[in-house]
Design a protein around this ligand. Structure first.
Ligand SMILES: O=C(O)/C=C/c1cccc(O)c1O
Ligand SMILES: [Fe+2]
Length: 315
């Protein structure tokens, strides 16, 4: 067994909104380093922990966590649409292991995933990769959410299982750190938006384009200093990255959802993907963070971070 980890933020505004030449060059250099790290590790399987944004998973059946035994990309924001190369057998073993551990993970035979899962795959492996995957949906926008401890326990169960395998497994975490983009919330949604949050699968291309245009306009307003969106919070983001690097992941158990939202914005809950992936790595052995980058990017409406980590035993 050997396990490694890459964690990175996603933003659909990447490639659409310009964060300035210097930031873009630094982020691209960071992504190049992550790709080199992945090439050197040469994974036989990649497990991606990521959220959805009411493009693939809806309130008609909103699980806290769901492992895909088969998955399809909805193709939002220019990502490649269609079936993903899921390792069905590995996904099934992981579901059983997580359930045995006492965490009630759901399993899907057709998990619909959006840029929350597909953007990091495309960043790391290219647009039509055949890299065997297991996608693990971590609910971060469909309130209410359970306590952070459950996220850590989910990750630990995954990590204990893969530590038994004779395979090189790459763990990928996908999520912004602090951010508050215009992802709708059921409690405040007018009826037509609420209907879409409950069962909005397969929108027309026009409906998807209208929704995406709203996000682009919001990002323009935010970058120009208008609009009513929360600022990125670099203090929260560095605290998150420091704690992940320390390995003292139990500390996240005390982070309440109300506090995360107050400090990290409504989409700050996407740090759940990072906590799950780092918990999985730690369950496979003590680790060290080998690379780390962070940029608060208003144009992408997120604190954009990336990190790689490996087991100390394999350093
Ligand atoms: O509108 C969406 O589907 C999501 C937008 C978004 C914007 C910025 C950062 C993120 O993590 C997002 O998901
Ligand atoms: Fe997101």
């Amino acid at each position: 067994m050997t396990v490694a980890l890459c964690a990175l933020s996603h933003s659909p505004l990447f490639g659409i909104a310009n964060p300035g030449a210097e930031t873009l060059a630094q982020v691209n250099a960071g992504l190049d380093r992550l790709r080199s790290f992945v090439r050197a590790f040469d994974p036989e399987l990649t497990i991606v922990f990521g959220p959805d944004h009411f493009n693939g998973v809806f309130y008609d059946m909103m699980p806290a966590f769901c492992i895909g035994r088969a998955a399809t990309s909805v193709g939002d924001w220019g990502t490649t649409a269609g079936p993903l190369p899921v390792d069905r057998q590995a996904a099934g073993c992981l579901t059983e292991a997580v359930l045995r551990s006492g965490v009630d993970v759901a399993q899907s035979e057709r998990l619909h995933v959006d840029h929350g899962i597909t953007q990091p795959i495309e960043f790391l492996f290219g647009k039509s990769s055949t890299q065997p995957l297991v996608p693990i949906f971590i609910n971060a926008v469909g309130l209410p959410l359970g306590p952070m401890q459950r996220v850590r326990l989910l990750g630990e169960a995954v990590g204990r299982e893969i530590a038994r395998w004779q395979r090189r497994v790459l763990l990928v975490a996908s999520g912004g750190l602090s951010h508050d983009p215009p992802v709708p919330r059921l409690a405040e949604a007018p009826p037509e938006v609420a209907a879409r949050l409950i069962d909005g699968r397969n929108p027309s291309s026009e409906a998807r384009a209208i929704r995406q245009q709203r996000v682009i306009e919001a990002s323009r307003a935010h970058a120009a200093g208008s609009g009513n969106f929360r600022e990125v919070n670099p203090v929260f983001d560095q605290k998150t990255l420091d704690l992940l690097a320390s390995g003292d992941l139990e500390q996240f158990d005390a982070w309440t959802n109300a506090w995360i939202e107050a400090e990290g914005g409504h989409s700050g809950h996407e740090i759940r993907s990072w906590v799950a992936a780092f918990s999985a790595l730690r369950a496979a052995g003590p680790y060290r963070v080998t690379d780390r980058g962070y940029w608060p990017v208003r144009e992408w409406m997120t604190g954009f971070a990336m990190a790689s980590a490996q087991l100390k035993a394999h350093s």
